[in-house]
Design a protein around this ligand. Sequence first.
Ligand SMILES: [Zn+2]
Length: 120
Amino acid sequence: MTQDMNLSEIERRIEAIQHRLTHLGPMHPGSLGEQYNVCGKAACRCKDPKKPQKHGPYYQLSYTWRGKSTTRFVRPERVEGMQRKVANYKRFRELVNEWVDLEVEREQAERAQEKHAGGN
Ligand SMILES: [Zn+2]
């Protein structure tokens, strides 16, 4: 009966993952980076020889999706929202990986159960 216990435990965990996936909210692949720039003006503060103050931060979102790499700027007022989306996407991938792990375990548990049943 140990295999039955395993199987129901696996199914319970899969259901919990499915539940969490439906509540993830908006997501986006990639990572956010901060960037500081030097401009073209000769006498700008960003070129001060003693204490250069570069322009920024500028936020960039970089991601690769379906073989295509993209990097683009994110406006300051959208950075917080994008951080949430990127975190949700990361969580989404973790949950999917956990789900697939459990499906592999489920298959093994089912096979073990059949083997056991066949042996009787
Ligand atoms: Zn400048």
